[in-house]
Design a protein around this ligand. Structure first.
Ligand SMILES: N[C@@H](CCC(=O)N[C@@H](CS)C(=O)NCC(=O)O)C(=O)O
Length: 229
């Protein structure tokens, strides 16, 4: 595909959803380049050793790696930096929180029990661009079980059920709003879009209902959703 700009992405990658949500809010025209997960490394060779999605490509040779720097770049280029303030320690701290706490909580909720691991793996196999055979192989081989075991260990270590973990994280986040509708105050800022993107990455999965039961969290989520294309 020779069309730019484009986002190299995976459909179920939470970090890609951060960027996609901002792109949709800013109504930026772009192409989605959805990779085959099994050919990811090969498709991303142009970017050296990074090997991860998302990557934002402005042209054949110009690209930006890493979801937060991509969001900052987009805000600067297309939005006069209205969402991100380089001098704000609060934004920097909570952007980190989104990646370190919220994004990490996606594994336990999607794969934290064998039942949820099986259902999530099947959803991933439907949403991602696998080839025909690898799609079935992915859905039915050891992956669900492997994930079920790894994530289960993590859940045990944390001590909280995934639903409780998510509700606690949303409580912690909303507390930062200081009574306002968004982290950014009366309007969403870059932190709102980053956190929103991570939550949205769960929306195609059946476990999303466990997050939807957090009333104030989902109110915030839906009000950002309504600002998108
Ligand atoms: N810090 C990166 C993390 C991106 C990331 O971990 N992406 C995953 C998919 S959700 C990936 O490509 N993983 C491949 C790897 O780590 O080798 C960001 O925010 O963009």
């Amino acid at each position: 595909m020779g069309e730019y700009p484009k986002l190299m992405m995976l459909q179920t990658c939470p970090f890609c959803w951060k960027v996609r949500s901002l792109l949709e809010n800013l109504k930026i025209d772009f192409h989605e380049d959805q990779l085959n997960p099994l050919r990811r490394k090969k498709s991303l060779k142009f970017a050296g050793d990074w090997g991860k999605v998302p990557i934002w490509r402005e042209s054949e040779t110009d690209f930006i790696i890493d979801s937060t720097p991509i969001m900052i770049f987009l805000d600067e280029k297309y939005n006069s930096s209205k969402l991100y303030d380089t001098n704000s320690d609060r934004q920097a701290e909570w952007l980190k929180w989104v990646d370190e706490k919220l994004a990490k909580a996606t594994i336990p909720i999607l794969y934290g029990s064998l039942g949820s691991a099986l259902s999530s793996t099947r959803t991933v196999s439907k949403l991602e661009k696998f080839g025909f055979f690898s799609r079935h192989l992915y859905a039915w081989t050891g992956f669900p079980i492997m994930w079920g075991i790894i994530a289960k260990t993590r859940v045990k270590k944390d001590g909280r059920k995934p639903k409780k973990l998510w509700h606690d994280l949303l409580d912690e986040f909303l507390l930062q709003f200081d009574g306002k509708p968004y982290f950014g105050g009366d309007k969403p800022d870059i932190v709102d879009f980053a956190a929103f993107g991570i939550v949205r990455s769960i929306s195609p999965f059946r476990q999303f209902r466990e997050i939807e039961s957090h009333d104030s969290g989902i109110k915030w989520y839906n009000s950002i959703l309504s600002t998108l294309n």
